[in-house]
Design a binder for this molecule. Structure first.
Ligand SMILES: [Ca+2]
Ligand SMILES: [Ca+2]
Length: 187
C-alpha cells in the first residue's frame, strides 16, 4: 500500500513539474536580478563574488553583503530603478541571541503541552517547534527580553557602541568584521 502511495505521489509531482514547465513560468525574477546587479555595481562587488550568498558567518574581510528593501515601492517599480544606501550593519560576536515566548507570552503554544511531558507551559517548552516563540538579537542598550539566551552573535548598526556587561571594558570589533549594507529601492 505504501509503495502504491509513493508511486502516486511521485507521479503527481512529475505531472505538476511538467505543467509548471510548459506553462512558461520563468526561473528568474527580472526585478530582483536587476536589484542585485545594481547592488553589486554600487558596492563594487564583482559578479563572481559570493557577497550575496548569505555572508553572515563568513570570516572573509571582503564579505560585504546587503539587504535590499522594497518597502518604499509597494506600488511597484519600473526598471531601471535606483537604490539608496540607508545604513550599514556590522557583525558582533558578543550580541546575545534570545529565545522569547512570542505573542502569547508562554513557552511554546500557550495552554498546550508542546513537549508531551504532562505539564503545560513549563519553561522547558520555550522555543518549541511550530510555536509562536521566536529569536531576537539584543542590541547594546536594549533591555533584555523575556526568555533566555541561547547563542551569541548578530548584526548591529555600525554606529552602535557596545560594552562587555561583565567587565565594563569596551568591546572593540575586529577591523575585518563582516558588514552588511542596507539598500532601499527608490521608486
Ligand atoms: Ca509562545
Ligand atoms: Ca510540557
Amino acid at each position: 500500500m505504501s509503495r502504491l502511495l509513493t508511486i502516486v505521489v511521485v507521479l503527481c509531482l512529475a505531472i505538476w513539474r511538467g505543467v509548471w514547465l510548459v506553462s512558461g513560468v520563468e526561473n528568474t525574477c527580472p526585478t530582483a536580478d536587476f536589484a542585485a546587479a545594481e547592488a553589486r555595481r554600487m558596492l563594487g562587488v564583482g559578479a563572481s563574488s559570493k557577497a550575496d550568498a548569505a555572508p553572515e558567518k563568513s570570516p572573509r574581510p571582503s564579505s560585504v553583503g546587503w539587504r535590499i528593501s522594497f518597502a518604499a515601492a509597494q506600488g511597484g517599480v519600473a526598471m531601471p530603478f535606483a537604490l539608496r544606501q540607508s545604513g550599514t550593519d556590522v557583525w558582533d560576536d558578543e550580541l546575545p541571541v534570545w529565545i522569547t515566548p512570542g505573542k502569547d507570552g508562554q513557552p511554546g503554544w500557550a495552554t498546550w503541552d508542546d513537549n508531551g511531558d504532562g505539564a503545560v507551559d513549563e519553561p522547558g517548552e520555550l522555543g518549541a517547534a511550530w510555536s509562536d516563540d521566536f529569536c531576537v538579537v539584543q542590541l547594546p542598550g536594549q533591555a533584555p527580553p523575556e526568555g533566555r539566551v541561547i547563542d551569541h552573535g548578530g548584526f548591529r548598526p555600525i554606529g552602535y557602541e557596545t560594552t562587555k556587561a561583565a567587565s565594563g571594558a569596551r568591546h572593540e570589533l575586529p577591523s575585518d568584521s563582516v558588514r552588511r549594507v542596507w539598500l532601499d529601492v527608490s521608486p
